[in-house]
Design a protein around this ligand. Structure first.
Ligand code: NAD
Length: 492
């Protein structure tokens, strides 16, 4: 990123309300790039009065936007997608700078998010209601209505993609939207806001308030907000779900993950080594879909050695990106230290990566592979959110499934095998919402929805795909009779 571009991004840090940048609020937060520690400026934090201004702007905009027919609303999304695709490198550079992931990873995340925009462009087909003659001469039909002002609260690990999971469907359905991005990655969503305006979205339909927990709480407590979606860690997802629900809002909150992968002895070692390494070290392991615990069934020594060899080729600071903060890096190192002390075997040790000189001030952990762990130990149970793959040796597929089923989470689970019967058995018995069969990152793409089970999700339905139409709308059922039938019944 050139210094001119960096300063353009950082000088823009602030809220986005009624189509304008704003730096109002109470207090600021200093931001540093995880890539090299360079200052990214001061982020203004929204207090309750800033949140209220955003809600009022959104409510004013909603009054007009919800009267625009859906076929016209999605014209804005078509234009937005064209702009985003054309100017992808600008956004990818910003994501990479503030989040630490590589440029390729940043671009891939944005492109995945733009698939949701494509899906939302089909809302004229998706939003249609049903009609049926329910009694002689009596019709019942349904029509979907938007909810009003709605909010989205997002994590640091996909600064553009996770907001893109939410707002295209929400505004395409006719709502006005307020985004509260992670306070660690606030700049990328501002680029999305500017592109939406350029695409012709009326001011106030999309707003951003910056801040942390207290900003979220102001949103959840505001009576002008009808619904909120959240993506982040499980403790926050649970707290946000409960607070929003008590305040009478429709809530869907996605939480953390601990994804288990089963390797059967008949799995293809080359495929497993490449896939698992990419899954565990992509985005430096800071993905809710990352492989985290690999369970080798029976004699898997050769496959595990192949994974170790592949992980040794990944170089932090070169082909693997940074960890979001020094606090997060130290937490990851703590898991590795504790595993070593407990007697587990460090097949690949990423605690002291050799970095390029320009990145010495950044936050990095190298790819790490820990073997001979025991079920219930911290690296097997807790979400590490770093490039660390833990290995358990198990005697059977049922033993592996029992360990997977005991996890509090349930985002993704995967199996590597050449046996269709074993794969089908695994799919039926794993306790997770997204299953991979010979796939390391089993993200369901639209029209399939993204969402886990257990403590990886609170609420009903998935955040993307067809369920998103249901989440961001409410249905009116109308019963009509225009002519008196010859015979009357209870509905006459
Ligand atoms: P986080 O929970 O710390 O923060 C997420 C958002 O919630 C941020 O906007 C933050 O400001 C806000 N927040 C934090 N604590 C809060 C609280 N107590 N009350 C209200 N709001 C709060 O998560 P993070 O560190 O930004 O992101 C990483 C986490 O997100 C990981 O656990 C990861 O698994 C999870 N994640 C899940 C999915 C999924 O689809 N399930 C996708 C991406 C990330």
């Amino acid at each position: 990123m050139s210094s001119a571009t960096v300063s353009a991004v950082t000088s823009a840090l602030g809220h986005w309300i009624a189509g304008q940048a704003s730096t109002a609020g109470g207090g600021t937060l200093s931001l540093r790039s995880p890539v090299d520690g360079a200052s990214l400026g001061q982020l203004p934090l929204a207090d309750a009065s800033v949140v209220d201004a955003a809600v009022r702007s959104a409510a004013d905009a909603f009054a007009k936007w919800n009267k625009v027919p859906v076929k016209d609303r999605v014209q804005v999304l078509y234009k937005f997608k064209e702009i985003a695709q054309r100017r992808l490198p600008e956004l990818a550079t910003c994501v990479s700078r503030e989040n630490g992931k590589t440029g390729d990873e940043a671009a891939a995340g944005v492109l995945r998010g733009l698939e949701v925009v494509e899906f939302a462009c089909g809302l004229p087909a998706l939003m249609g209601g049903e009609i049926m003659e329910v009694s002689t001469g009596v019709d019942c039909y349904t029509r979907r209505y938007p909810l009003g002002v709605v909010a989205g609260i997002t994590p640091f690990n996909f600064p553009a993609m996770v907001p893109l999971w939410m707002f295209p469907m929400a505004i395409g359905c006719g709502n006005a939207f307020i985004l509260k991005p992670s306070e660690q990655t606030p700049a990328s969503p501002l680029i999305l806001a500017a592109w939406l305006k350029e695409a012709g979205l009326p001011d106030g339909v999309f707003n951003i308030v910056q801040g942390g927990r207290s900003t979220v709480e102001s949103l959840l407590d505001h009576p002008g907000i009808a619904a909120a979606a959240f993506v982040g860690s499980t403790p926050a997802a649970k707290a946000v779900f409960l607070r929003g629900t008590v305040a009478g809002k429709r809530m869907l909150t996605l939480g953390g993950a601990k994804n288990h992968v089963v390797i059967l002895p008949d799995a293809d070692p080359v495929l497993v080594a490449k896939n698992l390494t990419a899954s565990a070290t992509g985005c430096a392991g800071q993905r809710c879909m990352a492989a985290s615990v690999a369970m080798g069934v029976g004699d898997c020594d050769g496959i595990i050695e192949a994974i170790a060899a592949e992980m040794r080729t990944v170089r932090a600071g070169y082909d693997m990106g940074a960890i979001i903060s020094s606090t997060a890096r130290d937490r990851i190192l703590g898991f590795i230290d504790a595993a070593e002390t407990s007697g587990a075997q460090l097949l690949v040790d990423g605690r002291r990566p050799e970095l390029p000189s320009a990145k010495q001030g950044g936050n990095y952990v190298g790819a790490t592979l820990i073997d001979r762990l025991v079920p219930g130990s911290a690296p097997v149970k807790e979400e590490i959110f770093g490039p660390v793959l833990s290995i358990l040796r198990v005697g059977s597929l049922d033993e592996a499934l029992a360990i997977e089923n005991a996890s509090e989470y349930g985002n993704a689970a995967a199996i590597y095998t050449g046996s269709g019967a074993a794969a089908r058995y695994f799919e039926q018995h794993a306790s997770a919402g997204m299953i991979g069969i010979n796939i390391g990152v089993p993200v369901p793409r639209d029209p399939f929805g993204f969402g886990g089970w257990n403590a990886s999700k609170f609420g009903t339905g998935d955040i993307t795909g067809r369920d998103a139409v249901g989440f961001w709308t409410q249905t009116k059922k109308t019963t009509v009779k225009w002519s008196a039938p010859a015979t009357s019944n209870w509905m006459s």
